[in-house]
Write a protein that binds this ligand. Sequence first.
Ligand code: SAM
Length: 358
Amino acid sequence: MAETEIISSSESNDQFFEGVEKLIEIWFTPAKNADLRKITRQQWENVLKIVRCEIISFTQSEQVDAYVLSESSMFVSRRRWILKTCGTTTPLRCVRAVLSLARDVAGHACVHNVFYSRREFARPASQLSPHDNFDTEVELLDSFFGDGRAYIMGPEKDCWYLYTLLPLEGTVDALEKEQREVGNGCDVSEPDQTIEILMSDLDPEVMDIFTRAASQDAAHATRKSGIDQIIPGMVIDDFLFDPCGYSMNGVAKDGDKDLPSGCYMTIHITPERSCSYVSFESNVPLSSYDEVISRVLHAFRPAKFVLTVFATPDSPAADTPRQLTKFSSLGSFEQKEAQYCRFSGYELHYALYCKFPS
Ligand SMILES: C[S@+](CC[C@H](N)C(=O)[O-])C[C@H]1O[C@@H](n2cnc3c(N)ncnc32)[C@H](O)[C@@H]1O
């Protein structure tokens, strides 16, 4: 019996890995000559030691520095910092260090907005503090940012957690007006949008592409899976782990006529059968994400996924959070849950989809 278990486990490459990422995004208020890209690689390496991961590759465009990490990705631009890490990493432990570097090295003293989000972990009990519990994560975030708000969307096992800043008083309309008008004399708002597709229980045949046994290198896996066609016009920095696992960052080619400078995409893949997980994220500005969503689902064939779209009112994607809520199905997927929220400066759509029984 024990022998059979070991054999089947090694045949399917079946070690547990927590693919679900923690995602933190901090926006700083624009300030003269301030730029987070003044923070050196050595300083980022020290920050990432606190998180328990390291840099394995780097690429950049005019507006974004993109790092592939041993556990997912980091993006640094003039006033936005994004860290997305999986496994048992501890990204919230480094926030204090990042705020200090932002102030002392980059010249950013003022935080404009913060977003911390994640799906429910497959094994929450294996996480290290503060990530073993959403309440503890929120407590730590509040100790930095004071006026945060925490949300839990969707059903218990497939829920999605979000923390963002939201001042206590006033209506959303009043706050948006005030932000546009005051903003230390300069306009702090700029069009922004982010789509995330967090997929689980994926097609084993597709997942096999992201193993060293099936693909000779990362570029091969990128082409074979169709990842290079999801958002054409990106410079791709990809990495194939040994014996399996895949991460990629894409940044818009400078001067590309179709993609605005500053666009990025990132995909991370845990192909192990018992815990398969893929995440897709991009800030590409589109008035409809239908095609991107359909390319992602076609490439990875999940059984289940969480879709989130954030957009500012001045983004080309401004209407998508409301539109998406109306889709009771997407191709062969049934919408199980959907929520639409309006925050100060952003609208959000959250939905959980499951494949129709065949
Ligand atoms: C870093 S990748 C991408 C994780 C990502 N968050 C996701 O969406 O699944 C994780 C995959 O690479 C594999 N892997 C192999 N070597 C690894 C290493 N040294 N560090 C992290 N993951 C590694 C893991 O087993 C897993 O399949």
